[in-house]
Structures are given as C-alpha cells and as structure tokens.
Design a protein around this ligand. Structure first.
Ligand code: CO
Length: 157
C-alpha cells in the first residue's frame, strides 16, 4: 500500500461499499493511518492508497484519528471558502467553497453505525475525503485557470 499522487486512476475511481468488517479491513485501516501520519495529513481516503473501498480517515482538532466507513451525508449547513490541500497533490493549495458543517452517519471498524457532526476544519476534511470516495478530486472544484496552474505546479515537482 502506498500513497497515490495525481494523476492516478485510483483518484478517479468511485469506491465500493465495505461489506466485511474483518481483520483484513482492520489491517488496511491501520496501514492507512500509518501512511497518513508519515505524510502529516489531516485526512486520507482509501482510493488514495489504491483501495477500492468507501472509507477514509480524518484527524480531529484534538489530533485523534477517526475511521469513517460507508459514510452517508445527512445534512450540511452554510458555505465557506477555505484554502485546502491534498496528500495526493503535494504543496498545492486552492480555495474551495464548501458547507461549514456536516452531519453524517458511518460505520466503525466493527460495522456499528455511528452519527457525527463536524464543524470548521473537521467538516472540511470530511467533505474533502467524502468526495474522494466518489472519484472527485479537489482540483475539479476550481476554475480552469486555477486548475491549470495547480497541475503545472505538480508537474514541476
Ligand atoms: Co485529498
């Protein structure tokens, strides 16, 4: 398992729901956490490490890493533009408008359904990672000019 960088077919992939909450899954989540920590990320979606599974990690304001499996967004509120980045696009930051807060349901690593509300940067991380699971890369949410500049910067690295 390794981090995929843009452009990668995995980043365009819409992921399939997780069906088995077994040891294989737990190992994958543990390894994802390791990769996210190594790259000092605030979030990581399964397809960013080549896994076709609807699950992601995000770090909350206290530094606790949450595992979010088969998420369903139930509510969103407000709209705010914040500069955001992605581990798959190093050193690229673009301002994107997204809801300010998000209510969502998800399964934990044991398959138990949970409810959560996220605000501020946590909401930002959840919405960004959720997009990954549908194969939506953050640079698709900015205008063409900004996207071109961002991709040119990635190519120079
Ligand atoms: Co990302």
């Amino acid at each position: 398992m390794k981090l995929e960088y843009y452009p990668s077919k995995y980043l365009d992939m819409a992921c399939d729901p997780v069906e088995f909450f077994d040891e294989v899954l737990h190992k994958q989540l543990d390894e994802m956490k390791k990769i996210m920590e190594e790259h000092k990320g605030l979030g990581l979606a399964a397809n960013q490490v080549g896994l076709n599974k609807r699950m992601f990690l995000f770090k909350d304001n206290k530094g606790i890493v949450h595992e979010v499996i088969n998420p369903k967004i139930k509510s969103t509120n407000g709209a705010v533009s914040i500069s955001e980045g992605c581990l798959s696009a190093p050193d690229v930051f673009v301002s994107i408008s997204r809801p300010e807060d998000v209510g969502f349901e998800y399964q934990d690593r044991n398959g138990e359904w949970q409810n959560a509300l996220a605000f501020g940067l946590e909401a930002r991380a959840v919405l960004h990672e959720y997009d990954h699971l549908d194969g939506i890369f953050f640079l698709s949410k900015v205008n063409r000019q900004i996207r071109r500049a961002a991709i040119a910067k990635l190519k120079r690295q």
